[in-house]
Design a protein around this ligand. Structure first.
Ligand code: ADP
Length: 277
């Protein structure tokens, strides 16, 4: 009631005479929670403060690169292009950090509405087409011919699709397809994003959904990225009451499966998940 938070640790002890006893330890974790809050606020403030000067740097570089301020030597152009690419990358990192921070502080509420996932997946595929072409990868859609309506936050699920599809394209072998499929499993909806690319070694799989995790290896250099994308996928799936799992083998590609509770069928009929909620 005074704002103090406790973490209770219950230990089960068996006495020599066979009687069971329980001992409870109460740790005051208020200080740790206050420190976590202060850290979140610090990260958020710093990220916000970085965004506006960065926008101005990006704008300036873009203008010079467009030729509006005069001719550039080849050397200047290539240096400026590197700076411009890196400022894009910084914007991505900052936006990802801010998104995650909003989620962890509970500020980022889901905006739930009935959404046709078949349409959303087609939109995400269209949005990723140029990126896939860059990696010479095709996109195949399965199970998206019929409407599949689920109550979810469409923007956030789009972000999941975007992160998984862009990873799948990045780590594919040129000439291959990535496959995005939509299916129902009992009361749940499954969205799977499959690639036939480099795969993720078993030892890296346990931590792949953690922040800033990137798998090292010669094929993986120069792919860019922040190491935050999969953490965002996990947080969004869990916020929807769902989860994301990975099946992968090195050299054989990866399948990421997002499981969402389907509250509404295509006809808007309430399904089991709603009753269980
Ligand atoms: P980013 O792609 O921005 O680095 P992610 O969190 O999305 O961050 O991914 C983390 C790492 O997981 C990637 O850097 C890559 O090493 C590995 N990874 C993600 N998706 C795949 C995939 N489909 N195939 C192989 N490796 C992947």
């Amino acid at each position: 009631t005074d704002g103090t938070s406790f973490e209770i640790n219950l230990q089960h002890i068996i006495n020599v005479d066979g009687r069971a006893q329980f001992v409870a330890f109460a740790n005051d974790i208020s200080k740790r929670l206050a420190q976590e809050k202060a850290k979140d606020e610090f990260v958020s403030t710093v990220s916000h403060e970085l965004r506006s000067p960065l926008t101005s740097i990006k704008g300036g570089l873009g203008l010079v690169l467009s030729g509006a301020t005069g001719e550039l030597s080849d050397k200047s152009r290539s240096l400026l292009e590197i700076a411009h690419r890196n400022s894009d990358r910084l914007v991505l990192i900052i936006n990802d950090i801010l998104d995650l921070q909003k989620f962890s502080s509970g500020q980022n509420q889901l905006n739930l509405a009935k959404t046709d996932l078949s349409v959303l997946i087609k939109d995400a595929a269209a949005a990723n087409e140029a990126y896939c072409t860059q990696y010479q990868v095709g996109i195949r859609l399965v199970g998206t011919d019929e409407p599949h309506v689920v109550e979810c936050d469409a923007d956030k699920i789009f972000q999941i699709l975007n992160n998984l599809m862009s990873n799948a394209a990045k780590f594919s072998i040129p000439g291959d397809d990535i496959v995005v499929s939509l299916a129902t499993d009992g009361p749940d909806t499954l969205i799977a994003v499959r690639d036939y690319g480099v795969g993720i070694p078993a030892e890296a799989q346990a931590t792949i959904f953690d922040r800033f995790t990137q798998v090292s290896g010669q094929d993986r250099k120069s792919k860019g990225g922040t190491g935050l994308g999969l953490n965002i996928v996990k947080v969004i799936a869990e916020r929807h009451g769902g989860k994301v799992t990975l099946e992968s083998a090195e050299g054989a590609g990866s399948t990421f499966v997002v499981r969402l509770p389907s509250r509404h069928s295509a006809q808007g009929r309430v399904q089991d998940a709603e009753i269980l909620d």
